[in-house]
Design a protein around this ligand. Sequence first.
Ligand SMILES: Nc1ccn([C@@H]2O[C@H](COP(=O)(O)O)[C@@H](O)[C@H]2O)c(=O)n1
Ligand SMILES: C[C@@]1(CO)OP(=O)(O)OP(=O)(O)OC[C@H]1O
Length: 159
Amino acid sequence: MKIRVGFGFDVHRLVPGRDLWLGGIRLEHEKGLLGHSDADVLIHAICDALLGAANMRDIGYHFPDNSSEFENIDSKILLKKTVALIAGKGYRVGNVDATVCAERPKLKAHIPAMQNILAEVMGVEADDVSVKATTTEKLGFTGREEGISAYATVLIEKD
Ligand SMILES: Nc1ccn([C@@H]2O[C@H](COP(=O)(O)O)[C@@H](O)[C@H]2O)c(=O)n1
Ligand SMILES: C[C@@]1(CO)OP(=O)(O)OP(=O)(O)OC[C@H]1O
């Protein structure tokens, strides 16, 4: 079996008047993430990690932010398309480990729902999807609640 690892990172700005989508679910919050899509920063980091693992460029290369096709798109659709892209090179998802950096909202209670939906979209077991959360101790742009960032590592495999 051939295995490869990948890493992804993304940031989106927090603004009033937008829904907050994270890990495929909508969270109650007074601000949401700004983007061409639904701006689900966690899913975008996972997409980049999967594409990187397969050496297939990045999310903006496949889903450009000047294309009306991807305007306000649900990032779960982009994740499904990304899994199909790597499948084109014979790879399937092994496991995902991700961290979201957000001062607020508290994500702890929502992690299982994120794991379940992300696993369903990627066609893996929920146990193969780890999502963690951390504040940055009020430091930097995440600490000032100007934005949310996410990091993801993945393992992909083929026979
Ligand atoms: N948005 C967040 C941030 C953190 N958590 C949980 O709190 C724990 C402590 O966070 P620190 O940044 O103070 O280390 C962290 O391990 C998470 O369990 C959270 O749920 N949502
Ligand atoms: C997802 C896409 C496409 O709608 O737009 P955004 O939501 O702005 O997200 P970003 O992380 O900047 O990268 C990729 C984009 O092309």
